[in-house]
Design a protein around this ligand. Structure first.
Ligand code: NDP
Ligand SMILES: O=C(O)C1=N[C@H](C(=O)O)C[C@H](O)C1
Length: 254
């Protein structure tokens, strides 16, 4: 039977009382082809997801919790759409390993579900080989759990890879840091600066420079609803995408 209003996809949400999770619950409830069958938060039993026969679970929890959640989901044959940060290459390999025993099961991990953020990363990748130097500034609300942001780390790796492919060395400067951290953190040889302020939501600038000019690519999420079209697309697509997909760009086919 085709999926739709008469046969909605059964969705579970982890982190359902959090900033993102609560927004996801509202967005899924508003979509006629999707149904929230479980909304869980810290302290709740994951077995409620199997009890509710969830087909896809959306995880916006905490970097310390997400891997245990994912192991449970994969073991129980439940597809996952994951926005939670903290996915190193090592963690992604672990998930790939788990999925090897589960043909047909899909997991989507996306550092950022906002369309503009995905486009900004792609534009930065394209610009990377034309400029001598690049630095990233990410700006977030002051309740954010981690730094640098998953998006900034992902962007840094994409830009660094594009620069390496073009044979470029990391940009040079003549600056000596008088204070630790003054020049940001190095992610794959790209400097990343993290700003935390109440009033912000999620913002990223990728700055390129060479003699006589700079290029700034900036994306702003002013509201968490900006992530919802990407999350809902992920929920609809993940059931037909076996294995691990990293990045919404692969679902959008950019
Ligand atoms: N990919 C993307 O597009 C986006 C990703 N994010 C990422 O999503 C994550 C969550 O962000 P945000 O919503 O702002 O954070 P919040 O702290 O607002 O929400 C997280 C929620 O998850 C709960 N939680 C913690 N551990 C567990 C667990 N084991 N099982 C179920 N629930 C749990 C927390 O409960 P308690 O507070 O009691 O611990 C809290 O209610 C972060 O990693 C963030 O970077 C955010 C926005 C967009
Ligand atoms: O914590 C957040 O808010 C966000 N987290 C993600 C990240 O770390 O990149 C995505 C977005 O920036 C919002």
């Amino acid at each position: 039977m085709t999926r739709g209003e008469n046969n909605p996809i059964r969705v579970g949400v982890l982190g359902a009382r959090g900033r993102m999770g609560a927004t996801v619950v509202r967005a899924v409830e508003a979509a006629p082809d999707l149904e929230v069958v479980a909304a869980l938060d810290a302290g709740d039993e994951l077995s409620a997801l199997t009890g509710a026969r969830a087909e896809v679970v959306v995880d916006f929890t905490h970097p310390d919790a997400v891997l245990d959640n994912l192991r449970f989901l994969v073991e129980n044959g439940i597809a996952a759409v994951v926005g939670t940060t903290g996915f190193t290459e090592e963690r992604l390999s672990t998930v790939r390993e788990w999925l090897r025993d589960k043909p047909g099961l899909g997991v989507l991990v996306a550092p950022n579900f906002a369309l503009g953020a995905v486009l900004a990363m792609r534009f930065a990748q394209q610009a990377a080989r034309f400029y001598e130097s690049v630095e990233i500034i990410e700006l977030h609300h002051n309740r954010k759990a981690d730094a640098p942001s998953g998006t900034a780390a992902h962007t840094a790796r994409l830009v660094a890879e594009a620069r390496r492919e073009a044979g470029l060395k990391p940009g040079a400067d003549a600056t000596t840091s008088e204070v630790d951290g003054a020049r940001g953190a190095l992610v794959d040889e790209v400097r990343v600066h993290s700003v935390r302020l109440p009033g912000l939501v999620a913002h990223e600038e990728i700055l390129f420079g060479q003699e006589g000019e700079t290029l700034t690519i900036r994306h702003d999420s002013m509201d968490r609803t900006s992530f919802m079209p990407g999350v809902l697309l992920g929920v609809r697509e993940v059931l037909g995408r076996p294995g691990l997909t990293v990045g919404l760009e692969n679902v959008l086919d950019l």
